[in-house]
Ligand binder design. Structure first.
Ligand code: C2E
Ligand code: MG
Ligand code: MG
Length: 584
């Protein structure tokens, strides 16, 4: 049996009447013909002044253009507007009442409109929450690596520091790439960025749940973040003991030390790591980060590629370094730096000694309060804070000028070679080669009369550094490998370095006459160097017997207190004059 049409119509009307959305039928000018109770309840707060006779009039304060939009809609039927959000504004909303309405408007035929009105308050709130969550996480994310950023770390630390001291089983690991600036300078910023992305991947990889049981037990929360240029922070929570955090740190450093493949280059770049342990931690997130950062700087100062646990004494050292930095700036401006010269003598095969073979320029600082400060106390700071360029340029220029001056005064008895120490940070500076050229021109020293000394750890670095060394050699400048025996490179890799001279470190030479082992090492170094066409200098000769040993081992040159301490220029001249007179 077919349903009675009248019944069906009644059912539909009931359904529309009770529907939980507002339905309004109007003519094209907005005159309301029919509306259900939900529509009147939603629109009533707006209709206080106008009554519910005309929909456009009711909505005019919220959607003033509605009548125009309808008039402009010329199709015979269809959707005029959909999902239009109408915020009711404070004036119209009681607490708990709808705050935003959603309006759909359809043209049913040439004479009628159907409006669907609903309460969109919750929907809008949800959207706003999602948006603000997204914004919040963007503000806490590093765009380059996709890692959380410093803000996220601080938030996590704030939470962890809330626990009582004894229950704090977390560690903060502060990581920094040892030579990021050089990579950026040598290969460009895009390569630097790629390196950072690779580093981030390796950090994530090293933290991934490992198989060993210790870590599984120890693993609580882990947060790995990039907090600055080449600085990463890892927060490890739920550690059983500090030793567990240290072994994670070791794993991180191992992972980061492997060579990186950046298109066109292989880059080797170790990292330094400072560790702050939760139970001993400072009280604010920023202080904890600062402490871990201080330990990282100490690790870097100790040669890099290693980890150190923060201890309070590091604070004082850091403060002292900050003092030195400030004072050093002043020292450069006020010309408190000066250069002393240590003779390097030639051990002639005939048993004689040539005292005018060379001198080494060594920088000193005449501090107004502390007296003469040795380079070991400030070169490292100068490298860290970017002052090494100014210090190095000063020494180079002063030494070359003095050297030329002596030629005029001493003639044939003047030194034939000027050795100047070079710091790794100088070699990384893009304009530095131009500075060397300028000094050569300005002072008139011949390139072959200048020897630049680099330390082993520096010379053994990646190809960018090697290229710079080759550039210097191309100018005709001599290169020496300083402090040989203390760093990483070995006799077997000596042939890879573009150096003319190997300076055997004092720590070997000082035992030349007492330790067979050291004698053998010196002898081997001399033989390998000779076979590569390199010359050798024994550093730190303090006694006649040391001098005899290195002479008998065919070392070409020697330097040390036995011959002379480093001297100010006038005293050096007197020293040379004396020796010259003796030889004559
Ligand atoms: P270095 O280049 O290996 O210089 C030799 C150091 O050994 C000098 O120390 C010198 O005074 C010291 N020395 C020489 N003979 C003896 C000896 O017989 N016994 C002992 N105990 N020591 C001896 P100094 O002048 O304190 O310099 C230390 C280091 O500081 C230098 O080692 C060099 O690496 C660095 N340095 C010095 N001047 C400069 C500079 O102008 N620029 C840079 N970048 N580094 C510099
Ligand atoms: Mg030297
Ligand atoms: Mg040396």
């Amino acid at each position: 049996m077919l349903p009675d049409p009248a019944d069906a119509y009644e059912a539909l009307m009931q359904f529309l009447y009770r529907a939980p959305i507002g339905l309004v039928e109007t003519t094209l000018d907005g005159t309301v013909e029919m509306l259900n109770p939900m529509a009147s309840s939603l629109l009533m707060p707006l209709a206080a002044g106008t009554g519910l006779d005309n929909l456009f009039a009711v909505l005019a304060p919220l959607a003033p253009g509605l009548s125009r939009t309808v008039a402009a809609y010329t199709d015979p039927s269809g959707v005029v507007c959909e999902g239009l959000r109408l915020p009711l504004g404070a004036a119209h909303t009681a607490p708990g009442a709808p705050q935003v309405l959603s309006l759909n408007l359809m043209k049913i035929d040439a004479g009628r409109l159907m409006a669907v009105v609903s309460d969109a308050t919750h929907e809008v709130q949800r959207e706003q929450e999602t948006l603000s969550r997204r914004l919040r996480s963007a503000a806490r994310t590093d765009a380059l690596t996709g890692m959380p950023n410093r803000e996220a770390v601080r938030e996590e630390l704030r939470r962890l520091l809330f626990q009582p001291d004894a229950e704090r089983r977390f560690a903060v690991l502060f990581l920094n790439c040892d030579r990021f600036r050089q990579v950026n300078d040598a290969f460009g910023q895009a390569a630097g960025d790629q390196l950072l992305v690779h580093m981030a991947d390796r950090i994530r990889g090293a933290l991934r749940p490992p198989n060993d049981r210790i870590d599984l037990q120890a693993r609580g929360g882990q947060l790995a973040a990039r907090v600055g240029g080449d600085e990463f922070v890892i927060v490890l929570d739920g550690m059983r003991a500090r030793a567990d955090a240290e072994s994670v740190a070791t794993r991180l450093l191992d992972a980061l030390a492997r060579p990186y493949q950046i298109p066109g280059h292989e880059i080797v770049c170790s990292a330094s790591l400072g560790l702050a342990w939760g139970a001993n931690a400072a009280s604010s997130p920023d202080e904890v980060l600062r402490d871990a950062g201080i330990a990282m700087v100490e690790a870097k100062r100790a040669g890099g590629g290693r980890q150190l646990v923060f201890e309070p004494a590091m604070h004082e050292r850091a403060a002292r370094r900050a003092d030195i930095e400030a004072e050093l700036r002043l020292a450069i401006a006020e010309e408190q730096l000066f250069v002393v010269y240590q003779p390097v003598v030639e051990l002639r095969p005939d048993g004689g000694t040539d005292h005018a073979a060379a001198v080494e320029a060594l920088v000193r600082w005449r501090h107004p309060v502390r007296g003469i400060v040795p380079p070991i106390d400030f070169i490292g700071v100068a490298e860290e804070c970017g002052l090494i360029g100014a210090v190095g340029d000063f020494v180079l220029e002063r030494a070359c000028r003095d050297f030329i001056d002596w030629q005029g005064r001493l003639g044939a008895r003047a030194p034939r070679l000027m050795a100047v120490n070079l710091s790794r940070a100088q070699l990384g500076q893009p304009g530095w080669l131009a500075t060397v050229r300028r000094v050569l021109e300005a002072t008139g020293i011949q390139p072959a009369q200048l020897q630049l000394e680099v330390t082993e750890s520096l010379a053994a670095q990646d190809q960018g550094i090697q290229q710079r060394l080759h550039d210097l050699k191309a100018l005709g400048i001599k290169l020496a490998l300083d402090d040989f025996g203390t760093g990483y490179s070995s006799l077997s890799s000596l042939h890879l370095l573009p150096v003319d001279t190997v300076k055997i470190d004092r720590s070997f030479v000082c035992q030349a006459d007492t330790s067979h082992h050291h004698r053998v090492l010196i002898e081997a170094t001399v033989k390998v160097a000779q076979s590569l066409g390199m010359r050798t200098v024994a550093e730190g000769i303090e006694t006649a017997s040391q001098a005899e040993v290195v002479r008998s081992q065919h070392c070409d040159k020697a330097q040390g207190y036995f011959y002379s301490r480093p001297l100010p220029a006038p005293e050096l001249l007197a020293w040379l004059d004396d020796r010259g007179a003796l030889a004559a």
